[in-house]
Write a protein that binds this ligand. Structure first.
Ligand code: SAJ
Length: 426
């Protein structure tokens, strides 16, 4: 698709065009800004230039509209960053050997620094530990521009809250926390997002904004670990943990439902809480025990599921070794095609190591996505009948649940998707 020429350079640049950056770039273009979606991944940039989206919440049509309007273009040449009035950085913040890896943030700062001009505004959105914006990101911008964050250019932090495939909440209708290193920066950051979203919420400081995001995900991680550990004990006590959670959830206040599962995957929960515990350990020499315990419990769940598989087969005088097991769902969560840190993949690998004959059904995946030796098969009667055991790991809505549950005494369900007394559940 030919790229319409844009008369001038971008006034907004968004560095990082993934599930966070692309929606931000598209929204800025939609509200009339001239936007450059910048990414170092040339293949990703080529797809965007062709009007092809690779992000759940952005359609090809969304993309082609703003390209045709001349409001959005994708680029991978740092020279194209020149001239921005607002830069938003939405790059990954993974862990490396258990510690925060700020390499992408530092790289983005180095790319932007030569193009930082007096009065411009730079915002970091990537999830990170308190202090990153002012102690890591700002010094690189200042060194590369000769300008000072605050007095010369505006700088702030606004945590991303994108929940891919969420049918109710998206960028526009999710309150956006904003912050700045000084009053003028607060005004500039807030003014930018006030154009993009329904509601901005002012944090008392940049560090508060950074920590608020970590709290959001640590809260989930800890509470998921709570119900995971409860599930283990309920199984041994002969109590139905799913029914217990349903009962507790009838309380209209002071309780929030979380459910057990095969572990915690994705791009957020396995990582963000460890940014917090790492910072507490580094800054205070203390152990953030809740995070450490939650990591331990959640990391243990794939192994626990494998133990339950062995226990289930053993009751039928079958060994894992040589048993034909059909895994239902391999991605990290329902209705997502993302396998990053998926606990289901860890379960598959462990069962494989024990000699199981593994087949899997997952409508979101291709054979290339699944571990070698695991055969991706259609969800059909032949596959279910041939399986010694069906293990539900990720309960995608579009799987044939009536078929998967057609032999309930041959099912271990880790997501409480299948009903009936014969089904074995976490
Ligand atoms: N999980 C459970 N039990 C639960 C909830 C989740 O086992 O009760 C598992 C999921 O299966 C998955 C992992 O935890 O493997 C993470 O699930 P998640 O629902 O937290 O989904 P994520 O990782 O996509 O988290 C995102 C986060 N969004 C951002 O960081 C912007 C999180 O803050 C959102 O609250 C979450 O989506 C959401 O609510 O869906």
């Amino acid at each position: 698709m030919p790229e319409p020429a844009t008369a001038e350079g971008p006034d907004v640049v968004v560095v990082g065009q993934g599930y966070v950056g692309l929606p931000v770039a598209l929204r800025a273009a939609r509200v009339g800004r001239r936007v450059l979606g910048f990414d170092l991944d040339k293949d990703r940039v080529d797809k965007l230039r062709r009007g092809e989206s690779f992000v759940d919440d952005v359609t090809d049509a969304d993309l082609r509209t703003v390209i045709a309007d001349g409001r959005f273009r994708a680029g991978d040449d740092a020279a194209e960053l020149a001239g921005f009035s607002t830069a938003v950085v939405c790059v990954p913040t993974p862990l490396r050997d258990g510690a925060p890896d700020l390499g992408h943030i530092e790289s983005a700062a180095r790319l932007l620094a030569p193009h930082v001009t007096p009065g411009c505004c730079v915002v970091l959105e990537s999830t990170t530990y308190p202090g990153t914006t002012e102690e890591v990101f700002a010094p690189i911008l200042e060194a590369g521009s000769g300008l000072r964050a605050g007095p010369d250019f505006h700088l702030g932090y606004s945590p991303e809250r994108i929940d891919p495939t969420n049918p109710r909440f998206g960028l526009v209708n999710t309150p956006k926390i904003v912050s700045g290193v000084d009053e003028a920066s607060v005004r500039a950051v807030r003014a930018f997002y006030d154009l993009l979203v329904d509601e901005t919420v002012l944090a008392g400081s940049v560090r508060e904004a950074e920590l608020a995001k970590l709290l959001e995900n640590t809260f989930r991680h800890v509470n998921i670990a709570l119900v995971n550990e409860l599930a283990i004990y309920c199984h041994e006590l002969g109590i139905d943990v799913w029914s217990v959670i349903d009962m507790a959830a009838t309380k209209p206040f002071g309780f929030m439902r979380f459910t057990p599962g095969p572990g915690v995957g994705g791009h957020c929960l396995p990582i963000d809480p460890s940014y917090l515990s790492w910072q507490v350990r580094r800054a205070l020499g203390r152990t953030f025990r809740f995070v450490e315990i939650a990591n331990d419990v959640n990391d243990n769940m794939p192994g626990y599921v494998v133990a339950r598989v062995a226990e289930h087969l053993n009751r039928r005088r079958l060994a894992v070794n040589g048993s034909r097991i059909l895994l239902a769902g391999l991605t990290y969560k329902r209705n997502s095609g993302d396998v990053r840190s998926s606990p289901a993949i860890l379960v598959a690998r462990r069962l494989q190591a024990l000699g199981a004959d593994l087949h899997a059904v997952d409508p979101f995946l291709t054979a290339a996505d699944v571990p070698e030796g695991v055969e991706l098969v259609p969800c059909d009667a032949e596959q279910v009948a041939a399986a010694d055991l069906v293990v539900v790991l990720t309960d995608h809505d579009e799987l044939d649940w009536e078929l998967l549950g057609s032999v309930p005494e041959h099912v271990l369900d880790t997501r409480n998707r299948l009903r009936g007394p014969a089904v074995d559940r976490l």
